[in-house]
Design a protein around this ligand. Structure first.
Ligand code: COA
Ligand code: ZN
Length: 314
C-alpha cells in the first residue's frame, strides 16, 4: 500500500488481537469451539504480537467462553505470537496453568462500581486475590499483565481521575508485573486525557510493557490511539471487525477495529508487521460467523488503494 506522503514514522507498533475474548464474550449465540479455534489459527498467521485467546472466568458469568480449556488446547501456537488469556481470580489462573499460556492477563477495575458489577467483589478483594495469582504466575515462570478496566471513565461513576488510576498502577507495579493495559472499557476517553495518562504512566514506569485498550463507543477510538502513539505508546489491543464490549458495563460497544487500526498505521508508515488483506478476509468471514454486519468502516469502503469504476454516464 502507498504510504502517506509525509510519512516520517517507521517505528514498530505491536498489535494485540482481542476478538475471541472481548469480541465473543458478549455474543448472544454460542460460537462453536471449532469455529473459535479455526479463527484463531487464521489470525495467528496475520502478524500479531499477541492474541488474547479467551478468558478463564466463571462460565456462569461468561457462558460464551465456557470452552476456554478446549480452545487453548485446540489452537496451533505459532512461534513469535504470544497467547494470553483474561483471568479474574485464582480459580481462573489454575485453569489456565492446566493448559499452559504465555501470559496471564489479570483483570480488575479502577472504578469500585464496575468492579462490583463485573467481578462481584470490592477492588480490595480483587487486589488481594490477584496478588496471590501473581505469586502463582511467578512460581510457574508465566508473564503477568494487568488490565485495568474503566481507567478513563466508568458508565456508573463518571470520569476516572488520574490520581485514582495511578493508585492502582502503583500497587500493581510494586508486585513485579511485566505489563499494564490501560483500558477505556466504554469509550469515554478523549485524546487530551489519553496524552496525559500515557505521558504519566510511561514516565513513572518506563520499564513496564504498556498497552492501551480503546473502545470506539463514542467515535474517539482512533483519535485516542494516535494521542497514545504520539506519547510513545507502541502496543494496542484491537478487535477484528470492531466487535466487542463488556457485558457488565451498561452501554458498552465494540473495541477499536483491528483492520482500521492497521490500515491507518500502515499508511502513516509505521511497522505493524500485519497482513492487512488477510485481516479483511477474516473480518468478512467473521460477519458470517456472528450473523450480522460488523462496525468496520474499512470492510465497507475498502482500503484507500481500492479503485472504483467511474459511474455510468448513460
Ligand atoms: N472459572 C470457573 N469457575 C469459576 C471461576 C473461574 N475463574 N471463578 C469462580 N468460579 C465458579 C465457582 O467455582 C462457583 O461455582 P459453583 O456455583 O458451581 O460452586 C461459582 O463460579 C461462583 O463462584 P464465586 O467465587 O462465588 O464467584 P462469583 O459468582 O462471585 O463471581 C467471578 C466472581 C469473578 C468468578 C465472576 O464474576 C467472573 O468470572 N467475572 C468475569 C466477568 C468478565 O469476564 N467480564 C468481562 C471482561 S472485562
Ligand atoms: Zn474491552
Amino acid at each position: 500500500m502507498t504510504n502517506f506522503p509525509s510519512a516520517q514514522y517507521s517505528k514498530r507498533i505491536y498489535i494485540q488481537e482481542v476478538v475471541t475474548r472481548d469480541g465473543f464474550q458478549a455474543e448472544s449465540a454460542f460460537i462453536p469451539t471449532e469455529q473459535k479455534i479455526a479463527l484463531i489459527n487464521r489470525l495467528s498467521q496475520a502478524g500479531y504480537a499477541k492474541v488474547e485467546v479467551t478468558s478463564f472466568t466463571s462460565p456462569k458469568a461468561i457462558p460464551m467462553l465456557a470452552d476456554a480449556e478446549d480452545v487453548m488446547k485446540g489452537i496451533d501456537r505459532v512461534p513469535g505470537v504470544e497467547y494470553t488469556v483474561l483471568i479474574p481470580n485464582l480459580r481462573g489462573a489454575e485453569r489456565a496453568l492446566s493448559v499452559g499460556v504465555d501470559e496471564f492477563n489479570l483483570v480488575m477495575s479502577v472504578s469500585e462500581a464496575h468492579n462490583q458489577a463485573n467481578l462481584k467483589m470490592s477492588r480490595e478483594d480483587s487486589f488481594k486475590g490477584l496478588v496471590s495469582v501473581i505469586k502463582l504466575a511467578h512460581e510457574n515462570k508465566t508473564a503477568v499483565n494487568i488490565s485495568l478496566s474503566t481507567s478513563f471513565g466508568c458508565p456508573m461513576s463518571g470520569i476516572t481521575s488520574l490520581t485514582e488510576l495511578m493508585h492502582w498502577v502503583d500497587r500493581f507495579a510494586s508486585q513485579g508485573v511485566r505489563g499494564i493495559t490501560v483500558c477505556d472499557t466504554t469509550g469515554m476517553a478523549n485524546p487530551a486525557q489519553v496524552q496525559s495518562v500515557s505521558d504519566t504512566v510511561q514516565s513513572k514506569y518506563p520499564q513496564l510493557q504498556w498497552t492501551l485498550h480503546f473502545h470506539n463507543t463514542r467515535g474517539m477510538g482512533l483519535a485516542n490511539t494516535l494521542a497514545a502513539v504520539n506519547s510513545g505508546i507502541d502496543r494496542f489491543d484491537s478487535s477484528l471487525g470492531g466487535l466487542g464490549g463488556c457485558p457488565y458495563a451498561p452501554g458498552a460497544t465494540g473495541n477499536i477495529c483491528t483492520e482500521e487500526l492497521v490500515h491507518m498505521l500502515d499508511l502513516m508508515g509505521f511497522d505493524t508487521n500485519m497482513k492487512i488483506d488477510a485481516l479483511l478476509e477474516c473480518s468478512k468471514d467473521l460477519q458470517m460467523l456472528v450473523g450480522r454486519a460488523l462496525p468496520s468502516q474499512l470492510l465497507m469502503a475498502g482500503k484507500v488503494d481500492r479503485v472504483y469504476q467511474a459511474p455510468c454516464q448513460a
